[in-house]
Write a protein that binds this ligand. Structure first.
Ligand code: HAM
Length: 417
């Protein structure tokens, strides 16, 4: 028996009402903030992610689904959406549009991670990007959109974790200072931190291992190393968040797993879904467009994990509207009536009604049982003799009452009843 590949999952019909609801809310909220839908390809040139996400990151080093196509080109299933959206912005000359250009997408991402609850190898994200504007008010607006979205879904108890990781002007000096500090403690830290020290020192701040915590507690704080521009941007952002009444926690240890971030970084953590508790994460990436060979274009965005959002909704007992049952189930007796039922099903659907047809020449009893199981409000029974007079039997399933009605008037009758 084949099974879905490790770290992937089927979206089964029972789960579909959650997905549909989440997607509906995404579209509504994004429209309210002036975002427009964009869809980029599922795969891109590998180098887009190597340059965009960054050579030293886990995503690029360990997690990409890369392959050579038949033409010998190296392609990668997108592990995230920001680099592709910036690529599309540059490719289509969107700098000529009024700025900021606000784009959102609903996508699958692919990362070869160790699967666990809330961590998949194919996951789905709502991705929101605003390009072409430096104003920290835009950072606040992106966060406001995300929090509106979660609130509209009924999710509560979220925590917005906020930090600034500076820019290429101020970050290197901080990283040097961090390395200087860790140099004296390298014998005490975990093996991962020893690698981080060499490869990606900012990630030292992110370590969860117990023995590293006392050392982390004494590490220098990036906040006191920000250049005046980055410091000013952060202070303004905090002011705007206060103004909007959005609570946040400044977390000097919050660093992100992608290299393109400048200034603002954030994550939104949910209670009750285990270790993989970030239901969203993002930040500013003012250098990314240039890194990809385009003109300097600031940007900010967030991606929110749909699976983790639905896990959170379920853990908080949030129900969604179930799928609507069909309006009518068509049962029949004999071949001529079956043909009439087939025609009637087309007429009813053309009138916008949901209609199910019985298949396979079952007994009337079996067909009515099917009608009951389908949850249809009505069953229509077509019999040869009745049909000769233009009549069918309409059965109200809930009341178990039936009447003889004209086939002609059925669409209207079923619509308005
Ligand atoms: P990220 O933090 O890697 O950021 O992912 C954002 C969110 O996607 C996470 O908070 C989580 O909810 C979900 N997610 C990520 N990986 C997985 C996984 N393996 N399984 C389940 N859910 C997952 C980014 O992707 C950036 N591109 C966000 C961004 C947009 N930054 C600026 N603009």
């Amino acid at each position: 028996m084949y099974r879905a590949p490790r770290g992937t999952q089927d979206l089964l019909p029972e789960e579909a009402p959650y997905w549909r609801h989440v997607e509906e809310v995404i579209h509504q909220v994004c429209r309210r903030y002036g975002y427009r839908l964009i869809a980029t390809p599922t795969f891109e040139e590998t180098s887009l992610f190597v340059r965009g996400v960054g050579q030293g990151t886990d995503i690029v080093e360990k997690e990409m689904y890369s392959f050579e196509d038949k033409g010998g080109e190296s392609l990668t299933l997108r592990p995230e959406a920001t680099a592709p959206v910036v690529r599309a912005y540059l490719e289509h000359g969107m700098h000529a549009l009024p700025q900021p250009v606000k784009l959102y997408s609903i996508i699958s991402i692919f990362r070869y991670e160790r699967p666990q609850a809330g961590r998949l190898r194919e996951a789905h994200q709502l991705n929101v990007e605003a390009l072409g504007e430096m104003d920290p008010a835009l950072d606040a607006e992106v966060l406001c959109l995300a929090l509106d979205f979660y609130r509209e879904l009924g999710i509560s108890g979220l925590s917005l974790q906020l930090n600034s990781t500076g820019c290429p002007q101020c970050r290197p000096a901080y990283v040097e200072e961090l390395k200087r500090y860790y140099q004296g403690h390298l014998g005490q830290v975990c093996a991962d931190c020893q690698v981080r020290y060499e490869k990606n020192p900012l990630r030292l701040l992110d370590c969860k291992v117990d023995r590293c915590q006392p050392i982390l507690a004494g590490a220098p704080n990036i906040r006191s190393h920000l250049c005046p521009k980055c410091a000013g941007h952060f202070v303004q952002l905090l002011k705007y968040l206060d103004l909007l009444g959005l609570p946040y926690t400044i977390n000097p240890r919050l660093v992100r797993g992608l290299d393109y971030y400048t200034k603002t970084v954030f994550e939104i953590w949910a209670p009750g879904i285990g270790a993989q508790n970030a239901v969203g994460g993002g930040g500013r990436y003012d250098g990314l467009a240039q890194e990809l060979g385009g003109r300097p274009t600031p940007g900010i965005g967030i991606a929110m994990g749909i699976e983790r959002i639905i896990m959170t909704m379920k853990s908080q007992g949030i129900a969604v509207r179930p799928e609507e049952p069909p309006r009518v189930f068509l049962a029949y007796l004999g071949q001529p009536a079956k043909e009439a039922a087939l025609r009637l099903s087309a007429t009813l659907r053309a009138a916008g009604l949901s209609a199910l047809l019985s298949f396979g020449n079952r007994s009337l009893k079996a067909q009515l049982k099917q009608a009951g199981n389908s949850g249809a409000a009505y069953a229509v029974i077509l019999g040869e003799e009745e049909l000769k007079r233009g009549l069918v039997t309409l059965r109200d399933m809930a009341r178990s009452q039936q009447v003889s009605v004209e086939i002609e008037g059925l669409p209207d009758r079923l619509r308005w009843r």
